[in-house]
Design a protein around this ligand. Structure first.
Ligand code: ADP
Length: 402
């Protein structure tokens, strides 16, 4: 059998980075890869996947099929991910084959399984919402009575954009999930229950860490969710207490170090008022071990973007400077709306706001689908920047027409 041709690499000893998954994160890795003369290769879901459209070597294949992933890995120097759905046993098999994989399966498990993550962060003394893994309706009832209804119930695996999160006031509201406990699947270890946190706002911090152990955090940002989907990110989080920002950065570095994270990781948090002192405090919500929506602002707003940092980290190169370039960066997500064609919106948006940066991911329009984002950066009037970003996202979505 002849081996399928691999990616073409640049002369001069430059590596090929293989990304499993052809989504927008792999796509946004392409500009820094081009600048550094690093070749990307993508194991894509389809020929028209977001990254497959901009990557010459993008074979289509199933990321859960070990032989498919093995064949893909044969052509690359390091494997990393566009998403967190590659089974741990597939990753371990690659490592046994001698392929460098970043992040590794043990670190990645903390982004794949929320019970594993809660258990580990609790052991490390990182502040989290109170939680338990419920096996039965009696467990759910006991937790609700102990900490007060409503409580937040989560599927430990496979949730995203709030799918797999329920605010419940009785065990009956998770009967369907409890039936799956113990079976192979997302609920194997139980249903994750958490106290419903009365947060001030949601925050996130990104950290990059290399296999050599060098690590750096970007400024802490505020994330704004609408219907459980992140719609806006403000960098840095306005008015954030300096001491809290420092503590959050330290926690992110500690988590990255303790878990052995390689690549970039997002730590999503709740800002809360400390019950005893009334001071500003945080609880960790969840971890993502890849470039993340809360870090898209770094493309236009930081000296080193999360995508460049991820490439540097997985290749064990020295990390870049994560500092912000300007006082503020505002990112607004563009979700699928009324227009099937987005290109015709460019003329008006570009004429109206020459400082606006538009990033679209090459995806077809479907209602609610994340199609891209826009960014504005500047000094001074934050509300004016937010208004510009909001306007552009609304116009692209067809919510407004001028
Ligand atoms: P996903 O993996 O789907 O992103 P998350 O755990 O981030 O799920 O939850 C989605 C949203 O649900 C969060 O951004 C937050 O608004 C809300 N949420 C999650 N956990 C809690 C909690 N313990 N208390 C209050 N709100 C929560």
């Amino acid at each position: 059998m002849t081996q399928a041709p691999g990616p073409r690499r640049a002369e001069g000893g430059f590596p090929v980075v293989g990304i499993i998954g052809g989504g927008q994160l792999a796509r946004m890795s392409q500009p820094p890869a081009i600048n550094l003369s690093i070749t990307l290769s993508v194991l894509a879901e389809s020929e028209t996947a977001s990254a497959a459209l901009v990557t010459p070597h993008a074979p289509v294949g199933d990321h859960t099929d070990l032989e498919v992933v093995r064949a893909f890995a044969r052509h690359v120097d390091v494997i990393t991910f566009d998403h967190e759905h590659v089974p741990p046993q597939v990753i371990s098999a690659l490592i046994d084959d001698g392929v460098p994989v970043h992040p590794g399966p043990e670190a990645l498990l903390h982004a794949q399984d929320k019970i594993v993550m809660r258990r580990r962060l609790t052991e490390l003394g990182i502040p989290c919402p109170r939680w338990t893994a419920a096996q039965t309706a009696a467990d759910v009832a006991a937790f609700g009575e102990e900490i007060g209804w409503p409580v937040i119930a989560k599927t430990p695996r496979g949730g995203y954009d709030g799918k797999g999160v329920r605010r419940i006031s009785s065990p009956e509201e998770v009967t369907d999930w409890l039936e799956l406990v113990g079976q192979d699947g997302p609920m194997r270890e139980g249903v994750l229950l958490e106290e419903a946190v009365d947060f001030v706002r949601e925050l996130a911090v990104m950290v990059g860490r290399s296999p050599s152990g060098q690590a750096a955090t970007w400024p802490v940002v505020e994330t704004v969710q609408t219907n459980s989907i992140c719609t806006e990110v403000i960098a840095p989080a306005p008015g954030l207490d300096d001491d809290l920002a420092t503590r959050i950065g330290e926690a992110a570095l500690r988590i990255a170090g303790e878990l052995g994270v390689t690549g970039v990781m997002a730590v999503e948090l709740f800002e809360v008022r400390d019950g005893e002192t009334g001071g500003a405090a945080y609880l960790v919500n969840e971890l993502a071990m890849r470039p993340h929506n809360s870090g898209h602002w770094t493309i236009d707003g930081a000296v080193t973007s999360q995508f460049e940092q991820h490439l540097r980290a997985v290749l064990d190169l020295p990390l870049g400077d994560p500092s912000a370039r300007q006082e503020w960066t505002v990112m607004a997500n563009v979700l699928g709306g009324e227009h099937p064609d987005l290109y015709p919106t460019y003329r008006h948006l570009m004429a109206r706001d020459p400082g606006l940066k538009i990033h679209l991911y090459g995806k077809g329009v479907r209602p609610g689908r994340k199609l891209g984002h826009v960014t504005v950066t500047g000094d001074g009037d934050l509300e004016a920047l937010r208004e510009r970003a909001r306007h552009a996202a609304d116009y692209l979505q067809g919510v407004i027409d001028e």
